[in-house]
Every structure is written in structure tokens, then in C-alpha cells.
Design a protein around this ligand. Structure first.
Ligand SMILES: N[C@@H](CCC(=O)N[C@@H](CS)C(=O)NCC(=O)O)C(=O)O
Length: 277
């Protein structure tokens, strides 16, 4: 007997993240958890906002409600972590990458680059992970000292413009080099990434406070480390936390933050999503 439509849809949502099929983005290792399965909008080809309010610790008035357009274990995870850590009230809208929702006119109207994430804010839609983080910090965190602001800007832009942008080249190598050049390109990008992580290791050793929970740098760093361990599939593992003890300690400490684990649990990322993904 065929499954009723709702169950069929739930079953469809239980397959590993479809990005894996296209080799376009980190595939989801864990399956969507029950919360996300219940929250997704089932309409295809039309990107819609659904769903349940996810409440952090401190309720906010309705006017400051956010909508996070996300796909599990995509860059939107970084924003989900930052929102949870700040106890901000937000709803989620799944971007169905299998249906290429990110190319749908409704999504492009929010983010013309067609990338994930978008955060809808009372001031309008925001895209680019680094920009969203900075906006959230400006709006919700205590103003940093002048020296901390310099550090925040430098390292946030480094994570976003350099580390994340170059790591993407491992996931999307076909966008950057011809197929036959991909192994050599991969090797070079891996060397570059080691250089970046080595710089970050020194920085974290020198200024651990900047990389503690609550800093917008921390979720970005932890997610980049996570992806470096996990993806791309089928390549020789190249990132080992043991090589970067200060960074490993940041990942471990972040997993002790309940808000960070709430975000990781919402995307089904397992008990040690950052230190041993
Ligand atoms: N520079 C962008 C990069 C975001 C990004 O790479 N998003 C990936 C998912 S992790 C994506 O949208 N891929 C789908 C696509 O490019 O079609 C940002 O920081 O927001």
C-alpha cells in the first residue's frame, strides 16, 4: 500500500542531505531530526517560510523576530549558533537544495547570490554569513572595546573572505578548475587551509578571550573546523584537531555551551559536532 502523502514526504526528508547527490555542498551526515522534519514546508519549487518559533532563553518582542533560511550543516548553521547563543527568537525556513530552492525567484529576491544563508530581519533580508554575524553582534552584543573591535573585524573578515572562501573551493572545485586539475587544486587548497588554521592557532593561543563562547568568531571557526574534518567526501582526510590544540580546545569548550548544542541538535549533528564530527 502506498504511504499517505504526508508520510511519503517525511520519508523523503529522511534521506541524507541532497547536496551529497550533487556534490555541491557538505552533505548532511546525520538525518534531519524530528523537529526539522516537522518544521519543513513541503511545497516544492516555491520557497516558503513556515513554521514553528524556536525560542532561545530570552523571549523578544514580535517586532524583532528573525527568519533564518537554512539547509542543515550549511553556512546557515553558523547563524543558527549565533542566534541560539544570544537567546534570540527566530523561525526557520528550509531551503530545499534538492529542489534547488536557492534558485527560485522567491529566494533570489531575498539573496540574489542564490546562496545560503539568509536572515530576514526587521530591517530587511541580510545575506553573507560574515555580514549577518557582524549585524547581530552590533545589534545584540555589548559594544566591544576599540581594541576588541579591531580584532573582531580582522578575524571575522579573515574567516569569511579567506578561510571560508577558500574552503568552499574544496566543496565546489568544479567551479574553479577543470575536472582534470581538481586533485592538484585540492592539494593546494589544503595547504592554504593549513596555513590559515596555523594562523588561527596562534591567534587563539594569544587571545583566547576573543574565541570564547559568545564571540561571533567562535561559531564560524568551529563550523569551518567541522567541515574540514568531514568534507569533501571521498578525499583523503586532511584536518586533524590534534595538529591544532588551541583550536581543538575552542571546539571542545563550545560543545559545553548549551545554546550551541541546541543549534547542533536542531540539525542532527551528533554529540561532538565540532571536536569530533
Ligand atoms: N559567501 C557566502 C557563502 C555561503 C555558501 O557557500 N553557501 C553554500 C551552502 S554552505 C550554498 O549556498 N551553496 C549553494 C549554491 O551555491 O548553490 C556566505 O558566507 O554566506
Amino acid at each position: 500500500m502506498p504511504l499517505p502523502p504526508v508520510l511519503r514526504k517525511l520519508q523523503l526528508r529522511s534521506i541524507p542531505f541532497p547536496g551529497a547527490l550533487h556534490g555541491l555542498c557538505p552533505p548532511l551526515q546525520a538525518k534531519l531530526n524530528a523537529v526539522d522534519r516537522l518544521n519543513v514546508g513541503f511545497e516544492r519549487h516555491e520557497h516558503r517560510v513556515t513554521r514553528d518559533t524556536q525560542r532561545g532563553h530570552h523571549a523578544m518582542e514580535r517586532s524583532s523576530m528573525y527568519v533564518l533560511h537554512y539547509a542543515p550543516d550549511n553556512a546557515s548553521l553558523i547563524i543558527r549558533l549565533a542566534l541560539e547563543e544570544r537567546g534570540l527568537s527566530f523561525t526557520t525556513a528550509l531551503v530545499d537544495r534538492d529542489a534547488r530552492d536557492q534558485d527560485a525567484p522567491a529566494y533570489l529576491a531575498l539573496n540574489p547570490t542564490g546562496q545560503i544563508p539568509v536572515l530576514e530581519t526587521p530591517d530587511g533580508p541580510l545575506f553573507e554569513t560574515g555580514a549577518i554575524l557582524l549585524w547581530l553582534a552590533d545589534r545584540h552584543d555589548p559594544a566591544p572595546s576599540a581594541a576588541d573591535r579591531l580584532d573582531q573585524l580582522k578575524w571575522l573578515f579573515f574567516l569569511s573572505n579567506t578561510a571560508h572562501a577558500e574552503l568552499r573551493q574544496l566543496f565546489y572545485a568544479h567551479l574553479y578548475v577543470p575536472h582534470e586539475a581538481e586533485p592538484a587544486h585540492h592539494a593546494r587548497v589544503v595547504l592554504r587551509m593549513h596555513r590559515h588554521f596555523a594562523l588561527l592557532e596562534v591567534e587563539v593561543e594569544e587571545k583566547p578571550r576573543l574565541w570564547a563562547a559568545g564571540s561571533v568568531l567562535t561559531p564560524y571557526l568551529c563550523v569551518l573546523m567541522r567541515w574540514s574534518v568531514l568534507y569533501p567526501d571521498g578525499q583523503t582526510p586532511w584536518f586533524d584537531h590534534a595538529r591544532y590544540p588551541a583550536l581543538a580546545a575552542v571546539a571542545k569548550a563550545y560543545e559545553a555551551v548549551p545554546a550551541a548544542m541546541r543549534a547542533a541538535d536542531a540539525e542532527g549533528l551528533g554529540p561532538t559536532p565540532f571536536s569530533a564530527p
